[in-house]
Design a protein around this ligand. Structure first.
Ligand code: UDP
Ligand code: MG
Length: 314
């Protein structure tokens, strides 16, 4: 069975068309379900979903009590999907449903993750294109993730991968990162984004910034090391400055009495303080990594056990 997971936030005008398109695409694909996660919509989404689930037996839905955000909606979808493979796509038809059979075919060939990358598209706004490009550049730089520009949340995951993702305990889970991080046999596909079918983007600037901050802080502790760098920089400066000031004190008479000790101590203590804060930061970073309780490794196949085994102890 294949599950299609669709997060929807105020998408009343899109859902009916979406379900029609999905049903026609899936007609030749055997058993499937369409699981729509209503992320606390304030429009008629919930009503539309009830109607749809009565008309189409394949449609199931979950409604959040309030808006928890796209990532949480996806997660709820992953946790409640019943399929052997789960495909998620946006409700606004920007992710072409016609690509689904190709994703499924790749999965049948043995890929456990089939992810998609958006082709650079002049139809998208300048801001969307560039914000995503720079964000991924920064993320690649500060973390060990190798996310490509235009990586999207349109992808197929095998049951094995879903089971691993479900065991991530952290609340703030950046799914794109987590899925790239877990490994498995991954296959990449390009797609041509369509225009939004109806309504406006539900990703406000605030939500985008939040997603970016979450991506960086949950896959990198490098920002914490900034303080150490700064501390060493400042200490070095303090020492050089100290030498210069002492020289002035002993060999010229341009200094005011009391000034020398004051500035040298100030600069030095500042530097040492930054280093100490940095050291605390490094330990905090390690605690942070441990608290997340991620597996140290993930096994994808073995000769002994059928299921995916991880290094966790439940
Ligand atoms: N979405 C959601 N919760 C939110 C914001 C968005 O579930 O808080 C859903 C939205 O309904 C859509 C998908 O996430 O199915 C992508 O959002 P959108 O199309 O607005 O983003 P864009 O394509 O503009 O980046
Ligand atoms: Mg969209």
């Amino acid at each position: 069975m294949i599950s299609l997971v669709v997060p929807a936030f105020n998408e009343e005008e899109n859902l009916t068309v979406l379900v029609q398109r999905l049903t026609s695409v899936m007609a030749s694909e055997g058993l499937y379900e369409i699981l729509i996660v209503d992320d606390g919509s304030s429009d008629q989404t919930r009503y539309v979903l009830r109607q749809l689930s009565q008309t189409y037996p394949a449609v199931r839905f979950i409604s959040f009590s309030r808006n928890f955000g796209h990532q949480m909606a996806l997660r709820a979808g992953y946790e409640n999907a019943r399929g052997d493979a789960v495909i998620c796509l946006d409700a606004d038809l920007q992710h072409p449903p016609e690509l689904i059979p190709t994703l499924i075919e790749k999965w049948r060939q043995g890929y456990e993750v089939v992810y998609t990358v958006r082709r650079p598209d002049p139809k998208l706004s300048w801001f969307k294109r560039n914000s995503s490009k720079y964000f991924y550049q920064l993320l690649r730089r500060v973390s060990d993730l190798e996310l490509e520009d235009g990586a999207a949340d349109f992808r197929l995951l095998d049951r094995k991968v879903i089971d691993v993702i479900r065991q991530f305990k952290e609340n703030d889970l950046f799914l794109r990162g987590a899925i790239s991080w877990v490994g498995f046999r991954q296959c990449r596909m390009l797609y041509e984004p369509a225009a939004r079918y109806a309504g406006r983007s539900k990703y406000s600037i605030r939500k985008m910034l939040k997603l970016a901050a979450m991506g960086i802080t949950s896959f990198s502790t490098r920002p914490l090391y900034l303080s150490v760098m700064l501390g060493f920089g400042m200490s070095l400066f303090a020492i050089l400055f100290g030498v210069e000031v002492l020289y002035e004190y002993f060999f010229t008479d341009a200094t005011v009495s009391g000034w020398t000790t004051l500035v040298v101590l100030l600069a030095l203590i500042g530097g040492v303080q930054f280093i100490m804060i940095g050291i605390i930061g490094v330990y905090l970073g390690k605690t942070f990594v441990e608290v997340k309780g991620r597996p140290a490794y993930i096994i994808s196949d073995t000769s002994d056990i059928d299921e995916t085994v991880t290094s966790w102890q439940p």
